[in-house]
Write a protein that binds this ligand. Structure first.
Ligand SMILES: Cc1ncc(C[n+]2csc(CCOP(=O)(O)OP(=O)(O)O)c2C)c(N)n1
Length: 585
């Protein structure tokens, strides 16, 4: 039997961390590790992508859809550079990913073939942990530390493994011999709860509030019951961040929908009218749609103390798990329903829902993209996973797709990088091959990464018990970069048209092109019943307006009144915007 090598050790550590698959792009500097993965018989599997960027999105998508740690592999130089977007997505949306880079630089350093400064390149995106493996006995603990740091900090980490190290033979490592640190997989889960005094302060702040709004983010996953209990206890209205959309059943009568530019008028009105704001597990960047400065008293619940106050001034910070903290709060907050405020919120929700239906019914040339999302809403399988790209589709997803409880939907929320939906969908499908997956994207995102990753879909689909992976391409031929809403004109370059459904058929998949509003429902029925993955290409109108809700802060921008109060308000506007702008850099 061949000697056990460091590459075999790496595979063992991946297994110890229960990594089901690693996404990547092959290359010579990774060859020993890829051979070891080949020998591993699929435990873990290696999933090659068409591009390192999409491999990194797959790893991040895996983390987003499964709650596990994503793993991506690349080689030095250009291959490593390509990982960056996917890793920044993980960093900005707080997801654990481990990137393993194979390196094989020969020749004079400082200009050798494919030589780049990997530590510096990854120093920002993986600022919690970037390390080189140097000696075989370091490798198990090195990987454990990369995994544990990624999990504990909810961020990407990076390990560089020189090819020469990967091929080094290792004896069976003895525990705790000199220079050897024993490896320990697994992240010990801590229960994080705020101090009693802070919970008491939050309860008394809530007791004094008359018009309470809850803003729910992705950190509240698993806390839906507690959020609804608190809303009912206080007669509060609820809005979510874009990432928090799947947390709560959107059919609740006091659920105003997504807040922000892509969101609903009802959510903007909720923020405009409340006097008390409870932010739960959210790092929502759309601060212009938050209540006016000085309007509310605020509680923020977040498991990560570093997130407190980064988006909005906070009166009572509560650092803790969302569900546990809300339960502790519920034990202190008396029943104090407020039918009048609830009534105001519910009428805003009713008005918004009627408005949304009207918007989707407006005739367009040829199809209104909002109609396409509404027709899906009526048919969305309850066990589906939905991956959403960046572009105008986010607006339609946020406003028109009702997610039944249980449906998972994920997007590149904070980085806002195009080209993520197809790789996310692949990761979601490989994690749950017996359930349907949808990817929703524009023609630009399809051309950026989608066309290529459809090849990955075509390569894998016959292994899936439920072969449905439906790719919706909103083909508006618009290249303006603002995601529709501009009438085509001389200054707007048109995106080259591509037969997306035809490309699917060429790959042996199913493809449907729809350019009539009355056929959209039937087209959805067809792709959702297909016996293989499908592309539904909807030819939609680029001129449909995005209809951004009026932001709360807009009123203040034109403020001309003089006096101390006005100056203080202006200062807070500037301060709030500076915080938001800084965070978005
Ligand atoms: C990687 C990347 N490149 C560019 C952008 C800027 N951008 C945001 S939306 C958009 C247009 C998206 O086009 P498409 O996918 O066709 O969707 P549409 O909005 O036209 O429906 C662009 C260029 C981005 N967010 N990410």
């Amino acid at each position: 039997m061949a000697d056990r090598t460091v590459a075999d050790l790496v595979v063992e550590r991946l297994r110890a961390w229960r990594v089901p698959r690693a996404f990547g792009y092959p290359g010579a500097a990774l060859a020993p590790l890829l051979t070891a993965l080949d020998d591993a018989g699929g435990d873990p599997a290696f999933v090659p992508a068409r591009h390192e960027e999409t491999a990194a999105y797959m790893a991040t998508g895996h983390a987003k859809f499964t709650g596990g740690i994503g793993v991506c592999l690349a080689t030095q130089g250009p291959s490593a550079v390509h990982l960056l977007n996917g890793l920044y997505d993980a960093k900005l949306d707080s997801k654990p990913v481990v990137a393993i880079i194979g390196e094989d630089v020969s020749g004079p350093l400082g200009g050798a073939h494919e030589e780049i400064g990997l530590s510096r390149l990854f120093g920002d995106v993986c600022n919690q942990f970037v390390r080189y493996g140097r000696r075989p006995e370091q490798v198990p603990a090195l990987l454990d530390q990369a995994f544990r740091t990624a999990a504990a900090t909810r961020s990407p980490t990076c390990v560089v493994l020189p090819r020469a190290l990967q091929v080094t033979a290792v004896p069976d490592l003895l525990p705790q011999t000199a220079g050897v640190v024993t490896a320990t997989p697994g992240e010990p889960l801590a229960r994080v709860l705020p101090h009693d005094a802070d919970l008491d302060a939050a309860a008394s702040l809530l007791g004094a509030g008359q018009r309470v709004a809850l803003l729910v983010g992705q950190g509240a996953h698993g806390a839906a019951e507690e959020v609804v209990a608190l809303a009912d206890r206080l007669g509060a209205g609820v809005a979510t961040s874009l990432l928090g959309k799947p947390v709560l059943d959107e059919r609740l009568p006091f659920h105003t929908g997504v807040l922000g530019e892509v969101g609903t008028t009802a959510a903007a009105q909720l923020m405009g009218g409340c006097d008390t704001l409870v932010m739960i597990g959210t790092n929502d960047p759309w601060t212009d749609w938050f209540p006016l400065p000085g309007q509310v008293r605020t509680i923020q619940i977040d498991i990560d103390g570093r997130r407190i106050g980064t988006r909005y001034p906070v009166d009572v910070p509560l650092v803790g798990d969302a569900a546990d903290t809300l339960r502790a709060l519920l034990a202190r907050v008396p029943d104090r329903p407020n039918p009048q405020w609830r009534g105001v919120v519910e009428s805003a929700v009713d008005r918004w829902r009627a408005d949304a239906a009207d918007r989707a019914a407006v005739p367009a040339e040829p199809v209104n993209p909002q109609l396409v999302l509404r027709e899906l809403s009526a048919r969305l399988p309850r066990e589906a996973s939905v991956a959403v790209d960046v572009g105008s589709v986010v607006y339609w997803y946020a406003r028109h797709l009702d997610l039944p409880p249980g449906v998972q939907a994920r997007l590149c929320g904070t980085l806002g990088s195009m080209g993520c939906a197809l790789p996310y969908a692949v990761a979601a499908k490989l994690a749950r091959p017996d359930q349907p997956v949808l990817a929703l994207l524009g023609d630009g995102a399809m051309q950026l990464n989608g066309l290529a990753e459809l090849i990955t879909v075509a390569h894998h689909w016959t292994e899936w018990p439920d072969p449905r992976l439906v790719v919706l391409v909103l083909n508006n031929r618009d290249q303006s970069g603002v995601g529709g809403g501009r009438p085509p004109g001389a200054s707007v370059d048109r995106r080259p048209d591509v037969p997306y459904a035809g490309w699917a058929r060429l790959l042996g998949l199913h493809g449907v092109r729809v350019d009539r509003p009355d056929l959209v429902g039937a087209a959805w029925d067809e792709v959702l019943a297909a016996d293989r993955p499908s592309v539904l290409e909807a030819v939609v109108d680029p001129a449909v307006p995005l209809d951004v809700p009026e932001p709360a802060l807009a009123d203040l921008r034109g403020l001309v009144a003089e006096g101390d109060a006005a100056r203080r308000v202006r200062e807070r506007v500037i301060q709030t915007e500076a915080i938001a702008a800084e965070d978005l850099v």
